[in-house]
Design a protein around this ligand. Structure first.
Ligand code: ADP
Length: 403
């Protein structure tokens, strides 16, 4: 603004010189002088405008960078007054304080004041708002006078994930501890005499075998889960109807032994870009659950169809059903509606979590509807890769109702 006023002043002065010149020579000399002055003014104006432009550009770059940051930034002068705050600060605090005394939560205020007096970096965490969000703040002294830069980050999600991880480790340890303790007890009983009592020895070795199998199922599911957490390799073209037919064949005997009718209904479906191994795991877990949670005399129907650029897998049973209040939670790791039944039938509490991960890794989703004592239907929708939409049905696998 001061620069602009200065240029306007020189221009007005030059115009005035041109107007008062008297004689012809004087007028010619004066015209030259005016022309030179005008050239100088235009050059000066140009350079001032360029300077203004570049400092405006710098301001724009600075503001864009600071406003697009996740971290809230607050710069306080040595008296504690606000010099600068970015947009994220308002998002995190709900307001932009005029001074350090108006800074809330109080822990942040204390950190800023301590950094100003101690001239050392001060860190703190505090919760704010409802539902509470966790803020992590770092107060950094920026000069020797007591100016402070406060950087505020929202760490609510990081803290939630930490809690999930801690819970998971605790749950997994507990799940592993139970069969391990049972194996130890059986081995000790055998060593202390049961070996000489054949019927007891048989019972305890069966217990050893059962618990060892349970341990190995839990470990195997945990390994699958941890592999799936880093994604699935989607390099193959997979026909879900063929995968379903294979898996159904594997589980057919188990279903018939449990007194269930089981059937697959398929139409020619396009292939999807995915992992055959992981999709087989998904189908296996759903059919396995349907068989385990359906009493004798019931039925399990598996269908694979194509719908709106998606391949849809449905596994429906006429079994126990899931109470409404548990429906949203059955996909969580180790969540079981009926712990005893799950254990009795060889469950680990990880099957549906695996299913959800596989569906997610393939860009799809799994949902469930269920009615107590009437049955459950799990539906998996997976998008068909653009290039694969044209290849249904493929000649190598005719559409069929199998088996
Ligand atoms: P689990 O190994 O215990 O079966 P899952 O993760 O596969 O673990 O399933 C979680 C829980 O959801 C099960 O313990 C069971 O209570 C319930 N569930 C899963 N599938 C069915 C089903 N088809 N019918 C009734 N309940 C089911």
């Amino acid at each position: 603004m001061a620069d602009a006023l200065f240029v306007a002043g020189i221009a007005a002065g030059a115009a005035a010189v041109g107007a008062v010149a008297g004689t012809a020579t004087a007028r010619a000399t004066s015209r030259k002088r005016v022309a030179r002055m005008q050239a100088t003014i235009i050059a000066a104006q140009g350079s001032l405008e360029a300077n203004e432009r570049s400092s405006a550009e710098e301001r724009l770059v600075r503001d864009t960078v600071l406003d697009s940051m996740e971290e809230g930034v607050l710069l306080l002068d040595p008296t504690g007054r606000r010099v600068f705050a970015n947009a994220a600060l308002r998002r995190h605090l709900g307001t932009v304080p005029e001074s350090v005394d108006a800074l809330l939560p109080l822990d942040l205020q204390r950190a800023a004041k301590q950094a100003a007096t101690s001239r050392s970096i001060t860190r703190t965490e505090a919760d704010t708002g409802a539902p509470p969000r966790w803020l992590r703040a770092t107060a950094i002294p920026v000069d020797d006078e007591g100016s402070v830069l406060l950087v505020v980050r929202d760490v609510t999600e990081a803290r939630r994930l930490d809690a999930v991880r801690r819970d998971f480790v605790a749950n997994a340890s507990h799940e592993l501890k139970t069969p391990a303790a049972s194996i130890r007890a059986a081995a000790e009983t055998l060593r202390h005499g049961a070996l000489d009592d054949p019927p007891a020895a048989r019972r305890f070795t069966e217990q050893l075998e059962r618990e060892a199998m349970r341990l190995s199922r839990i470990v195997s599911d945990l390994l699958d889960l941890s592999r799936l957490e880093s994604g699935s390799d989607l390099a193959e073209r997979v026909r879900l109807d063929i995968v379903a037919a294979d898996e159904l064949e594997r589980l057919e005997d188990m279903a018939r032994e449990a007194g269930l009718a089981i059937e697959l209904h398929t139409e020619g479906v396009p292939s999807i870009a995915g992992s055959g191994r992981d999709l087989a795991l998904l189908v296996r877990n759903l059919i396995d659950n349907a068989v385990r949670y359906t009493p004798s005399g019931g039925r399990v129907d598996v269908s694979v169809s194509a719908e709106d650029g998606q391949v849809v897998l449905e596994v429906a049973d006429t079994g126990l059903g899931i109470p409404q209040r548990d429906l949203a939670r059955v996909f969580e790791r180790f969540y079981r509606v009926d712990r005893a039944r799950s254990r009795e039938t060889g469950g680990t509490g990880l099957g549906l979590s695996i299913v959800r991960h596989v569906a997610g890794n393939h860009g799809g989703e799994v949902t469930v509807r269920s009615e107590l004592s009437a049955g459950s239907t799990f539906v998996v929708r997976l998008p068909v890769a653009e290039a694969a939409r044209t290849d249904a049905p493929s000649p190598d696998a005719p559409s069929a109702d199998a088996p």
